[in-house]
Write a protein that binds this ligand. Structure first.
Ligand SMILES: [Zn+2]
Length: 165
C-alpha cells in the first residue's frame, strides 16, 4: 500500500517527483534514479506491573490526547529496542522497569508504524508524569480504561495470557 510522500521534490537534484509505474514518488531526470521508499517507524511500549497493577499514562499529545494508554514512543535510529522501551517508561512516568518478556510485534495495512510491546515490572521509583503525560496511574487489570489504539486489545490479551500462568 502506497503512502503519501512527505516531499514533492527530489532530494538529490530538486526535480519534481512523480509517481512511477508502481505508484512510488520518483525522479524523472535521466541518470538520477531517485525513488522515495517510505521507511517504517518503530515504536515500543511497555505494560509495566507492580503489585498486580498496570502503569498507565494519560497522554498530553496527539494522537489520542487525553486518553489513558500504556507508556510508548518511537525508537531512535541506532537505539536498542529494549533501551528505548525502558527510556520511554522513565521519561513518561519516572519509574525504572525491568523488561520480562516480549508480548508481540504489531502492524496495520497503510500505517508506517511497527509497534513492539513488552511486559515489564516496575523496579524503582514512584510514578509521576513526565513531559509527555498529563497524569500517571496504576490500574487493576479488571478495571482498565478503554484504550485508544487498534493494537491495544491484542497487546493486553498477550499480557493477560502470560500473567495467568
Ligand atoms: Zn533526481
Amino acid at each position: 500500500m502506497a503512502l503519501p510522500s512527505p516531499a514533492r521534490f527530489c532530494p538529490r537534484c530538486a526535480a519534481p517527483l512523480a509517481p512511477d509505474a508502481s505508484g512510488r514518488p520518483a525522479c524523472g531526470i535521466d541518470g538520477c534514479g531517485y525513488t522515495w521508499y517510505p521507511d517504517p517507524k518503530v515504536a515500543v511500549g511497555v505494560l509495566a506491573e507492580r503489585d498486580g497493577q498496570l502503569l498507565l499514562v494519560r497522554r498530553n499529545h496527539e494522537p489520542a490526547f487525553g486518553r489513558w494508554a500504556f507508556p510508548s514512543g518511537y525508537v531512535d535510529a541506532g537505539e536498542v529496542l529494549e533501551d528505548a522501551a525502558r527510556r520511554e517508561v522513565l521519561e513518561e512516568t519516572g519509574v525504572t522497569v525491568r523488561l520480562d518478556r516480549l508480548l508481540g510485534a504489531y502492524s496495520e495495512p497503510g500505517s508506517p508504524v511497527v509497534f513492539i510491546a513488552y511486559a515489564g515490572t516496575i523496579t524503582d521509583g514512584d510514578p509521576a508524569p513526565g513531559d509527555e503525560a498529563l497524569e500517571v496511574g496504576m490500574f487493576a487489570p479488571d478495571a482498565l480504561p478503554p484504550f485508544p489504539f487498534p493494537h491495544d486489545a491484542a497487546v493486553l490479551a498477550a499480557w493477560s495470557a502470560g500473567a495467568a500462568r
